[in-house]
Structure formats: structure tokens, C-alpha cells
Design a protein around this ligand. Structure first.
Ligand code: AMP
Length: 201
């Protein structure tokens, strides 16, 4: 089981790079944003709660979010092959909960891929995406809020994972294929190390 977090601000390219990671490593993809948007589209109770936060550019409370993630992990047998966590964790308590969840499943988080992009470029990308995404949170006012929330609540995770030794800083601008090559270079090294460690046991 190889578990990765794809980390970065809104608009940093997490979704695009996740697609390539799925193809390359055959991992199961959990995007918490997509899970929530699916609930909103189906009009579930959870969807109604989620919508009230998402449309304001705010994070869903940690306890609720952790329960949602745990449900996703347990209801999809394919997660046993390994998971790309996209959009989770977004706070330190969520990161701690993720470590616990993986530990409880005899696994761990192997790598955090941090896509690093300047705010001005993020804003430009998100406004462009908003023109055809139809997302209620891709308008300039909500985008500004989401970037603020990212800097206040989510970006401290960079240091958290740096200290843990799992963070891989990836410049997230330029050609999408080149960005992926850099990610793959980092992850292949992690896999090599893991394989060497487990065969030494
Ligand atoms: P995303 O598609 O990852 O940009 O997520 C869209 C929105 O869903 C975010 O702005 C949050 O309101 C909510 N959301 C997604 N993932 C999380 C999370 N891990 N914790 C709290 N809120 C989340």
C-alpha cells in the first residue's frame, strides 16, 4: 500500500496531476472536494451542510470531514492498493487524524507532493476555470476567501510534513508534463527506499 497526499493551494494543479498519478501508480483517488460536490448534486443532508461552507469559501469542520474520509476509505476495497488523498488534509488536526487512520490499517503516509504556485498565478487560473467549471466557489470573491483560508489554515501543513520528512516541494508552474516528471522523480525514489527497507526486514 503506497499512500500519497497531493497538497497545494486551490488551483495549484492537484486534480490534473492526480489523474497522471492514478495512471502511473494505479492508486485509488479520493478528492474530498469531489465527494462533497457529489453530495451537493444528490441533495443529501450532508450535501446541504457542505454547500453552506463551500459556497462561502470556508472549510467543512474537521470532525465531520474526518468522518467523511474514513467512510470513503472503508467503503472502497480498492483503497487497499494505496490512495492519493487530494484536498485532504487541510488542517493540522486532519493531518493527525489521517496518520492515525492509516496506522490503524497497518499502513502510513509515504509522501506528500506539495505543488507550489504563486498567489497571482493561482488567482488567474481559478478565475479562468470558473468561467466553465460551474462551481459555486470559483468566483473572484470566494476565490480570494479560499486563498486566505489556505494561507491561514492549510499552509502550516507544509512545515508539519517537512518536519515529518515526507514533504516533497514541487514547483507547480510551467508545462504539465514537466511538472509530472519532477513528481515522478521524487516518488520513484521514495518507492525505491521503501522497497529496499521492506526487503531488508
Ligand atoms: P476542492 O475541490 O479540494 O478545492 O474543495 C472545494 C471545497 O470543499 C473547499 O473549499 C472546502 O470548502 C471543501 N473541502 C474539501 N476538502 C476539505 C477538507 N479536507 N476539509 C475541509 N473542507 C474541505
Amino acid at each position: 500500500m503506497f499512500n500519497i497526499v497531493i497538497f497545494g493551494a486551490p488551483g495549484s494543479g492537484k486534480g490534473t496531476q492526480s489523474e497522471r498519478l492514478i495512471d502511473e501508480y494505479g492508486l485509488y483517488h479520493i478528492s474530498t472536494g469531489e465527494v462533497l460536490r457529489d453530495h451537493i448534486a444528490r441533495g443529501t443532508e450532508l450535501g446541504k451542510i457542505a454547500d453552506s461552507f463551500i459556497s462561502q469559501g470556508q472549510l467543512i469542520p474537521d470532525e465531520l470531514m474526518v468522518n467523511i474520509l474514513e467512510h470513503e476509505l472503508d467503503s472502497n476495497p480498492d483503497t487497499e492498493k494505496g490512495v492519493i488523498f487530494d484536498g485532504f488534509p487541510r488542517t493540522i488536526p486532519q493531518a493527525k487524524a489521517l496518520s492515525k487512520m492509516l496506522e490503524g490499517r497497518n499502513s502510513k503516509l509515504h509522501a506528500v507532493v506539495g505543488l507550489e504556485v504563486e498567489d497571482s498565478e493561482l488567482m488567474e487560473r481559478l478565475v479562468k476555470r470558473g468561467k466553465d467549471s460551474g462551481r459555486s466557489d470559483d468566483n473572484p470573491e470566494t476565490i480570494t476567501r479560499r486563498l486566505e483560508v489556505y494561507h491561514n489554515q492549510t499552509s502550516p501543513l507544509r512545515d508539519f510534513y517537512m518536519e515529518e520528512g515526507t514533504y516533497h516541494a514541487i514547483p507547480g508552474t510551467g508545462n504539465v508534463d514537466d511538472i509530472f516528471k519532477t513528481i515522478k522523480g521524487s516518488l520513484d525514489k521514495v518507492i525505491e527506499l521503501e522497497t529496499a527497507e521492506s526487503s531488508a526486514l
